[in-house]
Design a protein. Structure first.
Length: 315
């Protein structure tokens, strides 16, 4: 473990070019001008580039530990680009989480990774979950074989209040069995009532990450509400969604992400077909998709209505 140390020195100045060369070739230190250092002579030189050059000994320098370098504790999800030689196990070790956590978050089977691909890295061992209408924290904990108290503490949930579309981390949780997506009435209703949110758009990536598809069109193209509903959240410059909105469409909450412009605010009711923003390339966008809408149905029970379209389909 490496400690970063803060040094305080008395005023001193660099005298000549030879001393400057010596300092440039030496080790740099973190320093500031203070008068609380005990010096037995005045031969310590203060360099221009946050360095000190010691001409004689001894010096009694007061130090203050600013921080340590080691495995950082994180509270948010981050992105990682796979390097040569990486495997799921190796990446898991780098971030101090389980290999299964990486597999679950990135829909990966096995241990092999493709160099250059990007992974979602959760801050702790566990799973990511999007809250659905009617969910309770107790049910979420039970579903993922985790502890309710751990979910509340890690996500800093106040008053046990959660709303549909919230993304939470379930520490030490495991995913439930895959949902059975058949022809339930709610699934048929959603698929038949949703319209294309990007007129003239093209499917450039099929179902990925959670329950999303990517729909391409040039940046600035209109994005419309795929169904009527109420805006539950908006965000600008977030990671990984960029500029985004969430709309509760009654049966399900949908995340519209990577937008360029947002034309609605939280609490707005939007009719089907109303423009809610424009296509963009904000946030974490990977690969050839470029400008696109990340259309994510935040449900394990309701299939994305555009999931059955093959890549390249113009909607």
């Amino acid at each position: 473990m490496t400690a970063f140390v803060y040094f305080t020195v008395s005023d001193a100045f660099l005298d000549n070019e030879e001393d400057e060369k010596c300092i440039q070739s030496g080790n740099n230190l973190f320093i500031s001008y203070e008068d609380d250092v005990v010096v037995e002579n005045d031969s310590i030189l203060f360099a221009h580039n946050n360095s000190v050059f010691v001409d004689s000994f001894p010096y009694f320098i007061q130090t203050q530990v600013l921080g340590t370098r080691g495995v950082e504790e994180r509270e948010s999800i981050m992105s990682y680009r796979v390097e040569s030689g990486d495997t799921v196990s190796i990446v898991a070790d780098k971030f101090g989480i389980s290999a299964d956590t990486i597999r679950w978050a990135n829909d990966i089977k096995g241990n092999t990774l493709k160099e250059g691909s990007e992974l979602l890295i959760l801050p702790v061992t566990g799973v990511m979950y999007y809250v659905e209408r009617g969910d309770t924290l107790g049910e979420i904990a039970s579903m993922h074989k985790a502890k309710t108290e751990d979910i509340i503490t890690f996500n800093q949930i106040e008053g046990k209040r959660i709303i549909a579309g919230d993304r939470i981390i379930v520490p030490e949780g495991s995913p439930p069995p895959p949902p059975s997506i058949k022809t339930a009435p709610s699934t048929r209703i959603v698929q038949s009532s949703f319209i294309n949110p990007v007129p003239g758009g093209v499917i450039t990536q099929g179902v990925h990450h959670y329950n999303a598809v990517d729909i391409y069109n040039v940046c600035g193209t209109s994005i419309v509400a795929a169904a009527s509903g109420r805006v539950t959240q908006t965000g600008r410059g977030s990671w990984p969604a960029g500029n985004f909105i969430k709309i509760d469409h009654g049966t399900v909450v949908v995340l519209y992400a990577h937008m360029q412009d947002i034309y609605v605010k939280t609490g707005d009711y939007v009719a089907q077909g109303r423009q809610v923003g424009t296509v963009g390339n904000t946030g974490r966008t990977v690969g050839r998709t470029g400008c696109h809408l990340h259309f994510d149905v935040l449900s394990r029970r309701i299939r994305n209505p555009f999931a059955h379209f093959p890549v390249g389909t113009r909607l």
